[in-house]
Ligand binder design. Sequence first.
Ligand code: ATP
Ligand code: MG
Length: 311
Amino acid sequence: MPEVIALGEALVEVMRPGKGIPLDRPSVFLGPYPSGAPAIFADAVARLGMSSGFIGCVGADPFGRCLTDRLQADGVDASRVEVVTDAATGVAFVGYDEEGGRQFVFHIAGAAAGRLGPEHVDAGYIQGARWLHITGSSLAVSERMRDACYKAVEFATQAGLMISFDPNLRAELMDPDDVRRLVEPVLTHASIVLPSGAEARLLAGEESDDAACWALLERGVQIVALKRGAAGSAIFARGERIEVPGFQVSEVDPTGAGDCYAAGLAVALLQGLDVVQAARFANAVGALAVTQQGPMEGAPMQEDVARLLST
Ligand code: ATP
Ligand code: MG
């Protein structure tokens, strides 16, 4: 039985090899790279040496095998990954403009990934774990996937699991009231929330990052970990705000950093580190994640993190 469980969209990412190659004309792609925020999280937890499980759906095709092979090779329990025979594996195509901004074409909700529903979530599997992770991207895929996440949160709450929530929302694409409504059933039960500044402001309806994080704490969240890219993170807990500086690395691809950071925080807290030490560990995991091309490729092993922490 895995100690840490995530569920949601599993997909492969296919990206342009450089900036300034828009997606609306023929050119080359790199990939497929295994991806999907909750799948990255589960994989990163396993690479850090803790048992994890992933619940989701892939197609019976090479992209699906790319995902399940990677999860299994890294030690993730993929016994709850359903291989569906009548839909193709989810895909995200990614292009970068000259400034590094990203452009996407998604095939997720209508693909195998979108088949995940509440029937895939059983009480025994969730309640045998210690930690459940939910990402906001899954809540936005489809009503079925949202219901799967809500059901997992319900089972986890009954059994007293720690629940972490990464808002991971493309907020600019959604109405703020819709976002708050979708997130509410998860936020109410989350012990730890890991927003970016923009996500925190959106969720709390506050003007500043700090005011938003304090407002989230007042709602009963125990820890808010504010992710700040290369600057590291800030921890809001027990009435204190603690700045935890980031590590200097050379960034190749920032995709997946947030999911790896969340994995680092979960593993460190489960191993009994105090929250500031855990955030330092998570910063190291996030920093190493951005040093490789591909969302899951940079998810570090425990010994890589130990090496960076000792520098
Ligand atoms: P995404 O949603 O794209 O995965 P995010 O916005 O959720 O990312 P970030 O703040 O970009 O999260 O990254 C998460 C953590 O990873 C940061 O808090 C930091 O610890 C680490 N990190 C990210 N980028 C860098 C970087 N360039 N250098 C060092 N550490 C980084
Ligand atoms: Mg994020």
